[in-house]
Design a protein around this ligand. Sequence first.
Ligand code: MIC
Ligand code: SF4
Length: 661
Amino acid sequence: MGQTITEKILDEHLVEGELTPGEEIGIDIDQVLTQDTTGTMVWLQFEALDLDEVQTELAAQYCDHQTYQFDFKNTDDHRFLRSAAGTYGAYFSRPGNGICHQVHKENFAAPGKTLLGSDSHTPTPGGLGQLAIGAGGLDIAVAMGGGPYYVEMPEVVNVHLEGELPEWATAKDIALHLLGELTVKGGVGKIFEYTGPGAEGLSIPERTTITNLGTELGATSSIFATDEKTKDWLARQDREEEYVDLQPDDDAEYAETIEVDLSDLEPLVAAPSMPDNVAPVSEYEGTEVEQVIVGSCTNGAYEDILPAAKMLEGRGVAKHTEMIVAPGSKQASEMLAREGWTAEMMAAGVNFSEATCGACIGIGHVPASDSVSLRTFNRNFEGRSGIEDDSVFLCSPEVATAAAITGEIVDPRDLADDLGDLEAPGLEMGTKYSPGMGRDDNDIISPDEAIDDGLVKGPNIGDVPLKDGIDADIGGEALLKMEDNITTDHIIPATADILKFRSNIEKLSEFTLSRVDDTFAQRSLDADGGVLVAGENYGQGSSREHAALCPMFLGIEAVFAQSFARIHKANLFNFGIVPLAIDAETYEKIDQGDDIQIVDDVPAGVRSGQEEFTVSVNGDWEFTADLDASEREREILASGGKLSWVKQQHEGGSDAAPADD
Ligand code: MIC
Ligand code: SF4
């Protein structure tokens, strides 16, 4: 039987298991990436595992999320990360050099290779034929130490694109269309492979916008075949020798095929406050807009910002609106600046941000109260922009710029009709990327150039908490009952005031679930722990393992949810919290405050492969909760988490320990 692109890459990297959907597989990782807000934990865990050198072909540490450094704690984190990269052998991308996904794509992403990253948008270079997966920091640390990465073999879905995008519709609209159709949990347990003439017609920046947004579908990854466009793009980055031809076999079998005719698409928005709340722009036409931001890891390439610049040429930003451009990388900024577009946009009233995540997670450019912000980003979860009850719409650079010009949401096709001289900018590739500008990249420090002088820790950098095994009696008060689609932004918000504590779990845990109930952390401490109850897709969104680490620190022993998001479920195992699935009826019956006790001996059940656990509520009634876990996940859980498990394996001299022992 023929193979899909995904199967071909996985086959070459398989170290354990079989490529049967739903079965756990272990794969060899070629490249890893980490960033500043998850990276501190990655390296602290690398240290705690007594590893002394990066074992993957390449590891890259980016400083991209909190680059304004307005607290010494952030700057200390960056210094620590620089020292860790130097000590252990990773590339270090300086603060301000750009967002990990964009900079990795420019410098290192390679077709056919596997990439694991401690950020949920790691799948971005799938647009270049790389199989890239997001994971929790501890999984990254173990993979960097040479251990395999374990994941449930996903179903491979063929997204077959026909036709061509009409004027004013963009790659962002392809991704938004899929989100509208499939929802934020439509991709869980799946990899999307984009095929067909419509896919072939898309440029690399367009493809990577789509693979980036695959994360919002909950997908494990997204990937495109490689072709002349891939080769040409790599050549522009002076890396043409890394090109590999990757195609699905003619008789490849997909679990499902989704057909999209690109010529049917139109400009779309995702309305507040979920990326799948998708509608045609026209539905919101006339909504006053106070802020517009173009950029981020989704639409931060030169080719994404150029349309905004062209639309603004000779025009201005509306008087009651602010427009900010936040390029995805310094390369994109530099290209815009060298061609005069930066000056053009500045003259139109645009403010420029450094190449950072920043506003995407409420660090700078927080919207005004009771106002609408239109952003070309990938997430609009409530409160993520830095203000509660925010009103953030997601859209393409074209839709965003049209709103900046008029001060209200407008279908760019209508604006073009009104203005008469506004042409659809379309897509124009950059001619000269910075490696071609004949200089060394001074913003990326290679392991050879780095100072290997040991780890430098500031006073805010704490230890990694460890847990020894799980208790026989698991249970306690249902401290919080939550609805569907609770994001990791709800569990551990990322805004500026909180982000500075990412390397200090004791302090960070004070903010746990504060966006749902700000008494939660204190109540957990007072109750000496307990359990959580949630609806579908619990823990969607970011890869941040802090969303499991902090509840563990507060004594949470189990989460009962109707379903879990992939990365978060893995993080719960990694930190010794039991993720148990319940049905809708049970969910309805449980009340916050109930006393919930697992009747069975949990460690024994976990170890013996027990799938159903009996749970008593207030001693009055019982329900059954399911533990869906591989043998390895069960061992990890019973050991109290992955760190303890790897250490035990290490001491016992088992093969499961990272490879550099
Ligand atoms: C996000 O987009 O939510 C983040 C911030 O990039 C996170 C990583 C983090 O929380 O540090 C992600 O996507 O994994
Ligand atoms: Fe950064 Fe936002 Fe992309 Fe996350 S989604 S990596 S915060 S730009």
